[in-house]
Design a protein around this ligand. Structure first.
Ligand code: PGA
Length: 252
């Protein structure tokens, strides 16, 4: 059976001391919460991984990097490899976020390479996909999302898929305060699950966790998470305050 997950994506926010404090707050709140219906992960900047890992050690909160390099190692000044991320003790890496696709020109082909490197280094991948407002309004978002998923993930084996989490994040809903309605999100989640079923069969599709991201907050999380194909969230802005983040974690 698939897991529910709520993952924070801090993006380029917080200094290391601020991030350590936030991680401590989340860690304590998760430790104190009884009967949580989801796994909790925080996605933090590279600079924070080691210090945040020390805070989370022995607890229940997982740790993610927000990206990794498209190369394994070598003369790529300023890059951080999947092996480096894994060596911090992080269990996850977020790949293919729309901000990386847009501002850093990441393509489906590059993301395929990154996914392979992440999996080869024992990381689980939170793979982001999602359409722009233009595509949404033109009505051809389904094909676009299907291409993102298939071009970067459909070369993987069934065993490798056990370490893939999908995050559907409509670009028009990210940081805009404009959440997709739970019906809009459910429609795309069901479409992604059917796409996976078509390639790998129903069992693997049913076992794959599909998160929603885009202006998810405590007030709209219960309705989103109540949908049959929405297995949690990838949370940007609302993950920067422990109370808001916990309001989403406890929304199931
Ligand atoms: P948001 O970001 O929750 O601030 O809209 C979500 C994301 O980009 O992962």
């Amino acid at each position: 059976m698939r897991k529910n997950i709520v993952a924070g994506n801090w993006k380029m926010n917080t200094t290391v001391p601020e991030g350590v404090k936030l991680a401590q707050e989340v860690n304590e709140a998760v430790a104190a919460a009884c009967d949580l219906k989801c796994d909790v992960v925080v996605g933090v900047p590279f600079t924070h991984l080691t210090a945040v890992k020390a805070v989370l050690e022995g607890g229940k909160v997982g740790l993610a990097a927000e990206n990794c390099a498209v190369k394994a190692s070598g003369a790529y000044t300023g890059e951080v490899s999947a092996a480096m991320v894994a060596s911090t003790g992080a269990q996850y890496v977020i790949l293919g976020h729309s901000e990386r696709r847009e501002y850093f020109c990441e393509t489906n082909e590059m993301l395929k390479e990154k996914v392979d490197l992440a999996l080869a280094n024992g990381l689980k991948v939170i793979f982001c996909c999602g359409e722009s407002l233009e595509l949404r309004e033109a009505g051809n978002y389904a094909d676009f999302i299907a291409t993102q998923v298939s071009e970067s993930l459909f070369h993987l084996t069934e065993e490798q898929w056990a370490n893939i989490v999908i995050a559907y994040e409509p670009i028009w809903a990210i940081g805009t305060g404009k959440t997709a309605t739970s019906e809009q999100a459910q429609e795309v989640h069901a479409m992604i699950r059917a796409l996976i079923a078509g390639k790998y069969g129903d069992k693997l599709a049913n076992d794959t966790t599909i998160l929603y991201g885009g202006s998810c907050k405590p007030s709209n999380a219960p309705e989103l998470f109540a949908k049959p194909d929405i297995d949690g969230g990838l949370i940007g802005g609302a993950s920067l305050k422990a109370a808001d983040f916990m309001g989403i974690v406890t929304a199931f």
